[in-house]
Design a protein around this ligand. Structure first.
Ligand code: ADP
Ligand code: CIR
Length: 340
């Protein structure tokens, strides 16, 4: 590719300098991932905040002169840092930020995972994607107790069911232009689907942005319970599947914002007074390391002053620290709402 005209304020535009481009332009991973593939989404969408996706595990090493500064910028995690994991609920010790249930509607914690020994979604062939799906579904259908559930392939789902699942925050949306440009929506809806238990407190998205998005969620603000369920599910799945993982970067994901814990712990919280000044709310949340999204997730608006508030950082922080940070930060936002 020729050196691109970079527009907008994405991390790609900031870090793809002519020197980095020259260094990486002729490189190719063993799954055939090249620089043009990594930067395609950011080039097609100048309003991207990040703009890059890894095509496979090797992308993070081979294209490190681009990924490393983006990772440092987003997570504050330098080349000398090593990621550490802690999924032990006994060490969480997080306060319930809204014990009386006045502000927080629901809590959701998700992690992303990809299978080792396959490229990530943007570089999978149709055949490989089907193998990923059947491997994951076999493991999911073997889960015991409250994690037991059933798998629903997207191509078998009628439109009404799909729309209801999306509206109720259980299923991924379709047609995301950032994923589209990255090649993550190829062959849609083939080999995509959702697994869930009957109560929809444990769900797994298959072959969306990452091969697995493992989700624990429920009404209310009991982060401890939601985290403990997720930790049980991850322990059970680790016994059945091998995930892409690196000593330095933790769990490896399509988007560099998800590396490390690959965890986003969020609450849906109603903050009508703070909603009067959205920019102030975003700045206040950032002081606690929190990111604010709209009621229907990333790239959506807030409805009825309900915000999705989650940890921004996922790498260089343990899972336990990330969830505790959300509990403390949300408690602080609620205190600010009461003072406003
Ligand atoms: P991701 O969580 O994978 O980063 P999104 O921002 O697109 O992706 O969110 C996915 C879905 O999860 C959306 O429908 C969003 O509204 C929903 N969601 C996020 N947090 C919560 C929550 N605390 N309670 C209920 N639904 C939630
Ligand atoms: C973008 O670059 O805007 C999209 N590819 C989404 C990036 C992930 N968003 C985030 O802040 N975690």
């Amino acid at each position: 590719m020729v050196y691109p005209e970079l527009q907008g304020g994405s991390l790609l535009a900031r870090h793809l300098t002519p020197e980095v481009w020259r260094l990486l332009n002729d490189k190719e991973t063993r799954y055939g991932v090249r620089l043009a593939h990594v930067v395609a989404s950011g080039l097609a969408n100048p309003d991207s905040s990040v703009g890059v996706y890894a095509g496979d595990e090797e992308s993070y090493a081979l294209f490190a002169p681009l990924f490393d500064p983006i990772i440092a910028d987003y997570h504050g995690f330098g080349p000398e840092n090593r990621h550490q994991s802690d999924l032990d609920p006994a060490r969480l010790n997080a306060p319930n930020p809204d014990p009386e249930g006045r502000y927080v509607l629901s809590t959701r914690i998700r992690v992303a995972r990809n299978l080792c020994c396959f490229p990530f979604g943007s570089a999978l062939t149709r055949r490989e994607r089907r193998i990923v799906e059947s491997t994951v579904v076999r493991a999911l259908e073997d889960l015991p107790g409250e994690l037991a559930g059933s798998y629903h392939p997207l191509y078998e789902m009628d439109e009404t069911t799909k729309e209801r699942l999306i509206r109720d925050h259980f299923l991924f949306k379709e047609g995301d232009r950032f994923l589209e440009a990255a090649g993550l929506n190829r062959d849609w809806p083939d080999a995509r689907g959702i697994f869930h238990n009957p109560g929809k407190t444990f769900l797994v998205w298959v072959n969306e942005e990452d091969q697995l998005r493992i989700i624990s969620m429920e009404p209310g603000s009991d982060l401890q319970r939601v985290f403990a369920r997720l930790a049980r599910a991850l322990a059970a799945l680790e016994r059945r599947l091998a995930f892409a993982h690196s000593e330095r970067l933790g769990y490896l994901t399509s988007c560099p914002t998800n590396l490390g814990t690959a965890m986003r712990a969020s609450v849906h919280v109603r903050l009508p007074r703070l909603a009067a000044d959205g920019a102030r709310l975003t700045a206040l949340a950032a002081e606690y390391g929190l990111q604010v999204r709209g009621t229907h997730g990333e790239h959506s608006a807030s409805e009825g002053a309900v915000y999705d508030v989650s940890n921004k950082r996922r790498l260089g922080i343990t899972e336990v620290e990330a969830v505790r940070g959300v509990a403390n930060g949300v408690a602080a936002l609620i205190a600010a709402e009461e003072r406003a």
